[in-house]
Design a binder for this molecule. Sequence first.
Ligand code: SF4
Ligand code: SF4
Length: 345
Amino acid sequence: MKNYQIKHSDLDGWLEKIIAAGRRVIAPVTEEGHTDFRPIHSPAEVAADDQVQTIQSAKQAAFPKAETLFSYRKEGTAVSLDQPAPESYLQTVVWRARPCDAAGFTPLSAIFNWDYKDNLYNARLARTTLVAFSCQQADAYCFCTSVGGGPGEKKGCDILVTKLPSGKALVEVCTEKGEALAALAPGLFSEANAVADDSPLFAEKQSALAQLPARFSKEDIRRHLAEAFDSPVWREQSERCLGCGACAFVCPTCACFDIQEDPHGSHGRRIRCWDSCAFALFTQHTSGHNPRPSQATRWRQRILHKFSYMPERLDATGCTGCGRCSRACPVDMNLLEHLTSIAQK
Ligand code: SF4
Ligand code: SF4
């Protein structure tokens, strides 16, 4: 795939062309002091690029908070079913995601294709083009470099844009979907060299990235978790957890969902919506028995699932180190601190 350069001042012009081409575009928008992904219709709506992260991740492009699986209508003895047609989903561009957003689609895709192939998720992802921007700043919650990612990593991106100090931006095209997006504004791009490890362009890109030394490795965590099932660490770390589920809802890799009925007399629909392993009822059986009866067992499940079970079963880590769960937690459960203490035990 090709690399390009574009002036910083032409990025809005490129976005205008993307919007004019009829794509649904979601991008960071600031409302009442909070920056989150929202549909936009003009580059002027996009938040200033001075934030580490949006509150929620980009996963909603392929895995919405709630979606209809089918709707039904009963007339007399006849029942008609109406199912969504994935081919009718809009072509969507996620503008200015972060590399840790893009990396989240690898574990999500592994989960949604593990045994059953989830056509709704797959169809949405196939119609989504991810334009990630490299991180030029990180905060105390970020730890992508500890879990195999990085501020300028391309994994999962269709395009990675890195704003260089020269006033140009390096546009690394990673997929054909990305190439199609660059082709919408040919006059704005000039071709750039490959970013080989010893090239001046590589050095210039590195100089533009946030500096974020790794604090541990995925392997360290996995090795310690292999012996930690009965450890007191789960009770110690989860003592202040409220079980609110915010950590799962902002996470780019959390994939748990619930199925709900929405009946209205003779018609209704079945929907799926995000769920969280932190909820007390998440694993409660109809008998009343709950195999995870305490917040400690639920916290243990969250960590083991992401850092032990998923690597073992799906060859994917369920965390991109984005830090969103820690930023969103109302009682300051800090995942980086908790993982660092596990890695040092
Ligand atoms: S956001 Fe914090 S308090 Fe809420 S469930 Fe997650 S860890 Fe617990
Ligand atoms: S567990 Fe937390 S840090 Fe890891 S990907 Fe999810 S939100 Fe980000």
